[in-house]
Structure formats: C-alpha cells, structure tokens
Design a protein around this ligand. Structure first.
Ligand code: PLP
Length: 395
C-alpha cells in the first residue's frame, strides 16, 4: 500500500507519463523519425567541449579518494568559492563560499530550501503559468501553494493580485525567469515592482517573505536581453541555479543555492539548508561533477541552435495563424490552443504525431507548451502537421 499523499502525486503525474507512453507507442507504429515529440525540456545541444576535457583532466589528475569521497553537506569549499567569485564578477555582488550550497540540480535546491523554510500550512506563492513540480515540492513539506492567475497579455507577474493574496502565512514566493513555459524574462522594472509589494507586505505583517528565484535558464536568452540578478533588488532573495540547461547536464544533477548573508535569519537558514541536504538523502551534491562545473564556469552551450529553432517555429506557427508571445529566453513556446479545452487540443495534435503539453499542467488552461529543444528536423517534420491542424480547426 502506498501512502495517500503519494497516491495523489502519482495520479497527478499521469499526464506526463501518458505522454511518454504515447510517444513510445506512436514511434513503434510510425517510426521514431516520424513522431514529433515536443513534450520534454531535455537539452538537444551538446555540452561544451570543455566539460569533457574537465572530466578527463579531473579523473586523470585528482586524488581519487578525495574525488569520490564524502564532503561537507554544502559541497566542496573551493568549488563554492569559485562560484561565488564568478557571480561577483558577473553581477557585482559580494558572495563568498558561505553563501553557496551545492545542490542536486534546481529540483534538489528547491526541495532543500522549502524543507528549510516551511512549517505545515505556510504558503508558497507562484505565478501561473508555473513549472508544475512546484506544487509537489511545496506539498512535500506540507506547504500550501497559492497560485496567482496569469496575465495572458504579457505573462508577467500579476502584482495587483499578488498584493491581494499575500497573507501573514506567506513564507515564500517563487519566480522563474527566463520562464518555463512562456520564455518570458522579467525586466528590472518588474523585479523592482515585485520587490516593493513584498517589502510592503513584510512590513505590514512583521514577517519575512523569501523570494526564491528559480534560474535554470538564466543564460538561455536571445539577443540583447538583460536578466536582472534578483538578490540586488530584494534583500530576502534566495537563488536556485542549475547547470542542467546552461551546460546541458540534466542527468548529472548539479546546481547550487545562493543564500546571501543579508537575508533574515541567514545563519540559521544556511546551517539548516546543509542539514536539509543531508537528511533529504542527498548528503551532498555529486562530487565529481561539482569539480567539473567549477572548471567550466566560463563555458556556455551554443544558444544559437535554440535561437534558430525559436525563429523557425515562432515564424511558421504565427504565419499559419497560431498566436503566442515570442519567447525571449528558455526553449519553450507557449501557444494559445485552438479550442478552450487544451487537453482536447493536445489529443488532436497527436493525429499528426505531434506531442505537446497542455497548459493546464502549468496552471494555465487554454494554452500548450512546445519545447523546441529538439533537432531542427523534428520542427521541419512537424510543420505541415501544425498547419493542417490549424486548418482543421477553421473548417
Ligand atoms: N525549475 C524549472 C523552471 C525547470 O524548468 C526545471 C527543469 O526543467 C527545474 C526547475 C529542474 O531542473 P533540474 O534538472 O536542474 O533539477
């Protein structure tokens, strides 16, 4: 017998699981190359060559007992120091190793910080559309997810509704910019406005509201887009970062949390996050890949490949008549479905062997997410189907 809580979680993950099964089923019938799977955010661009070079160098030259051993729960001290230095150089901040905790990807980091902060019933505020796992992560620690409804014109955070919905039980607000699933990047102005609302509510309630900035897509931006470093605008900010997308290493499970010294109760939070890392069963982030990313802090994946996909898909779909905002970052397009029932629309897309995720999985029905981290041939192969699907709805 599995637990009641898990029963609910298993039931709710069935959309993605069903999609995965459907992809396999269609591939068996039509051949893998004739199935256009846009359902997963799995990077299609290879990690930079420096990653392989670092793996070889580290495994050849470092002391293996040290390399594969246990360490401090927060990660290797020298790795954390290098990351802090890099952040300081890029963002003019003043972090040091005691502000960084190495995590098992962004997912691990979010779980660590929510375990650290949440009492049962305390609120975690998210802006729809949002990465669906936030609901599970909050639920893991008996937090209550509060969803702010989407601004469907801009997909920027609805700050008026935030102000109305924040209560004295609000412990954390999560933002994700560049955003999954919309590709929207929050401007400096937006971050400042958001900070004002949070400051005001902290004062009003006499509480601390932690802003968790979930940033796995920070470097995946197109053109001259500025992604503000949120700790500079709001004192109680904690950043969750990951190398899953920025270095195309999602299976390696590596990222970090930044807990600035200025946040309320910094010392308790930093110490508790180390303990949370241990007792969640991570113990510490994987050792070898910590040292690898520390050697690759100046490396990047070739974002131009995603940019080409973005241009091709956005230009083609809008030409056919679909409506969506042009993403500034990440590798997703959030497209208005051609009927209100987004699940029915995604079902109908399967007729053309096209797999996309309903917006309701992100708390925003009436849309679907197309992950364009795929080979160009997948997009080219899918375009005639997208066109026919549009025409079918017009008949
Ligand atoms: N946050 C967002 C917004 C994501 O899109 C993802 C993964 O797709 C994650 C967190 C989890 O990333 P990681 O693989 O680093 O755990």
């Amino acid at each position: 017998m599995i637990s009641e809580k898990m029963s609910v979680m298993v039931k709710n993950s069935s959309v993605t699981r069903a999609m995965f099964e459907e992809g396999k089923r269609l591939a068996a019938i039509y051949g893998k190359e004739n199935v256009y799977d846009f359902s997963l955010g799995n990077p299609s661009v290879a990690p930079p060559a420096s990653v392989k070079e670092a793996v070889v160098d580290i495994i050849t030259n470092e002391d293996t007992t040290f390399l594969h051993g246990y360490m401090n729960n927060s990660g290797y001290e020298d790795v954390r120091e290098k990351i802090a230095d890099k952040l300081n150089k890029v963002h003019q901040t003043s972090f040091h190793s005691e502000n960084i905790i190495m995590t098992v990807g962004a997912a691990g980091g979010l779980n660590v910080i929510l375990k650290t902060l949440l009492n049962p019933g305390e609120e975690v505020v998210v802006f729809a559309p949002f990465f669906g796992e936030y609901r599970n992560y909050a639920d893991n620690y008996d937090g209550k997810l509060v969803v702010i409804s989407p601004d469907k014109e801009t997909f920027l955070p609805n700050l008026k509704e935030l102000e109305e919905k924040l209560t004295s039980s609000a412990k954390a607000v999560i933002i994700n910019t560049p955003n999954n699933p919309t590709g929207v990047v929050y401007s400096e102005e937006t971050i400042k406005e958001l900070s004002k609302v949070l400051e005001k509510k902290q004062q009003e309630f006499g509480t601390s509201i932690y802003l968790i900035s979930d940033e796995p897509y920070r470097e995946l931006v197109y053109g001259d887009v500025f992604v503000p470093y949120v700790t500079k605008y709001y004192r109680n900010t904690i950043v969750g970062y990951s190398y899953s997308k920025s270095l195309s290493l999602p299976g390696e499970r590596i990222g970090y949390l930044v807990i600035p010294s200025e946040v309320d109760e910094y010392e308790e939070i930093f110490a508790a996050a180390g303990v949370a890392t241990r007792i969640l069963g991570f113990v510490n982030a994987p050792s070898m890949i910590q040292r690898v990313v520390a050697s690759c802090l100046d490396s990047e994946v070739d974002v131009s490949v995603y940019n080409e996909n973005r241009e091709l898909l956005y230009n083609s779909l809008t030409e056919y008549g679909y409506s969506c905002a042009k993403p500034q970052g990440a590798f997703y397009l959030f497209v208005k479905t051609l009927e209100e029932d987004d699940k029915a629309f995604c079902e109908r897309a399967k007729k053309y062997n096209i797999l996309v995720v309903p917006g309701s999985a992100f708390g925003c029905p009436g849309y679907c997410r197309i992950a364009y981290c795929v080979g160009k041939s997948t997009i080219e192969g899918a375009l005639p189907g997208f066109r026919k699907l549009y025409e079918e709805y017009r008949e």
